[in-house]
Design a binder for this molecule. Sequence first.
Ligand code: SAM
Length: 247
Amino acid sequence: MLAKMLTRSGHRLLGDQPPDGRKYWASRFWDRDLAERDPILGDHYRSQKADLATVIEKHAGHTDRVIEFACGTGEFTGMVARLTTAEEIVAVDISEQGLRKTAARVKHPGLRLVHGDFWAEHDLGTAEVVMCVDAIHHLGDPRQVMTRMKSFVRPGGTFIGNLWTLDNFHEFQRQRYGTLLHLGRSALFLGGALAIKASGGRLRSSSYRTRLLPSREIPQLLSSVFGEVLHICEDRYFVSFACRVDG
Ligand SMILES: C[S@@+](CC[C@H](N)C(=O)[O-])C[C@H]1O[C@@H](n2cnc3c(N)ncnc32)[C@H](O)[C@@H]1O
């Protein structure tokens, strides 16, 4: 309850200001293998992976080129390499450590790894399939992020991704960190939000690196950004989807 109040107050202070966790993410890698081994939350990550494998096979199996944003350690890059006919896979991430793990994990002759910020220009071109797993909500305001991602999808092509939701966020965090630590992290988040607000947005806080939406807003958001929603699957903590980009 208190954690909820703290984060709600923080978000009220932040208003429309998008999250900026670039420094945070660039200095580490996100360990999906560890997340999947979590005794309570691991099931959700594994079921997400199974769902996305079905979506990739069904909606992205036959493609020449895939661009993946925020590939992390390459779990889904490897999936694309195994499950699609792509001759070229472009995988982008701001984490050098993550990209090194992707290079070790994914053996594909057409793999191109791009180290850099999603918002920077990297001459990536376009692709029939663009994908981003577990990161849209970290990259900025979800609508702005997906609108930019859409610009990399060829007309008639497919976007595959997911969004973590606000619905059961506090339950998830309590299970992940324990009640006390979650409370402390929520207080830190509010402190960061205060600093961002007081500095007129000049200061950054790594505590503010996620922008979550309630799941009820997601279908409408997807159709307004991409066009047709081909698949949508709701978990307790996230929503996975595939969309066709208007031709
Ligand atoms: C939760 S992890 C997900 C990684 C991977 N997609 C997966 O599901 O295993 C979020 C990823 O987003 C990357 N990231 C965060 N901000 C970024 C940015 N501005 N540009 C590129 N990558 C970014 C992080 O480095 C991290 O690998």
